[in-house]
Design a protein around this ligand. Structure first.
Ligand SMILES: [Mn+2]
Length: 297
């Protein structure tokens, strides 16, 4: 049996589609998840299973506990491009990290010896430098699916989309027209809110832009709306959970400031130019500003 876990974004979906191509479109178990959820996803995935088989993980940064959890599988292949290093791992766990790669899809393609135009599109999307219309369309379809669905249904839709991409025929993108139209209308409202609601601060000789919201907004969109001279972009997404509120923090830069540092401060990770964290508490703007002052002065 084969299980795959991949990031719930364009790079993750394309990474999976490349892998599906490699295995000839075989039906496998697929979980779309996030670095924060990964350990839980792994633990949930093994319940009631007699034979565990192989686990493939794409585009997800890990930490020791996630590596240990993954190692319960008979064999693990973990391919990523985020900035992390496993401290120690069992022999049957293979971890390939190329943090210089623009996308995990590129590392996946190299590992499996695949050649696909999708890799270049993943590069464009994941480094937020979209040039091709096809890259834009793929990113929008995934955004629309994440906007329109959740839970098991979202997982199924993303898996279906990865299978469609596997065939490398992008005419399939047209079939998402309705849901994309609805999503695009919502995006226009989000952009308006970002323009009105972004606050600018000057901390540690840097220009910092902070946008707070309670909606699951696409981060690239906000980042693109914010002025080019902003050193640190902070997006605070607040969730009022059943037991405890959670704050999702996203960090970007337009001026090459290392934002991995601040993500790690809040217990997260990612890349030097794009990072994030998830905190099971309300994180306020003054707290973020204090952290920036502390870390960057
Ligand atoms: Mn990625």
């Amino acid at each position: 049996m084969i299980t795959a876990m991949t990031h719930m974004d364009s790079d993750g979906v394309i990474s999976l589609s490349l892998f599906l191509k490699k295995i000839g479109g075989a039906r496998i178990r697929v979980y779309f998840t996030s670095p924060v959820q990964l350990r839980d996803t792994i633990c949930r995935s093994v319940l009631h299973l007699k034979n565990l088989g192989e686990l493939y993980i794409f585009d997800l940064a890990g930490e020791n506990k996630a590596v240990y959890a993954a190692s319960i599988y008979d064999r693990v292949v973990w391919i990523d491009h985020h900035d992390w290093e496993p401290e120690n791992k069992p022999e049957h766990v293979e971890i390939i990290i190329d943090k210089k790669a623009k996308s995990a899809a590129r590392v996946v393609a190299r590992y499996f010896n695949l050649d696909s135009f999708l890799v270049d599109l993943a590069d464009q999307i994941d480094s937020n430098s979209v040039k091709d219309e096809d890259a834009e369309k793929i990113r929008t379809v995934i955004g629309a699916l994440r906007y329109g669905f959740s839970g098991v249904e979202l997982n199924r839709k993303l898996y279906k989309f990865a299978r469609e991409l596997m065939n490398e025929d992008l005419s399939v993108l047209e079939s998402y027209k309705n849901i994309v139209d609805k999503y695009t209308k919502w995006l226009e409202k989000v952009i308006e809110n970002v323009k009105k609601g972004t606050k600018i601060f000057h901390v540690a000789d840097m220009k910092v832009a902070i946008y707070e919201t309670m909606e699951a907004v696409p981060v690239y969109l906000i980042s693109n709306e914010i002025d080019d001279d902003v050193d640190i972009i902070v997006i605070l997404i607040h969730w009022l959970g059943k037991e405890k509120p959670t704050t999702k923090l996203e960090f970007r830069t337009h001026t090459d400031v290392d934002v991995l540092k601040i993500a790690k401060f809040f217990g997260g990770g990612g890349h030097k130019k794009a990072s994030g964290a998830s905190v099971r508490d309300i994180v306020t703007i003054p707290e973020v500003l204090k952290a920036i002052e502390l870390l960057y002065t």
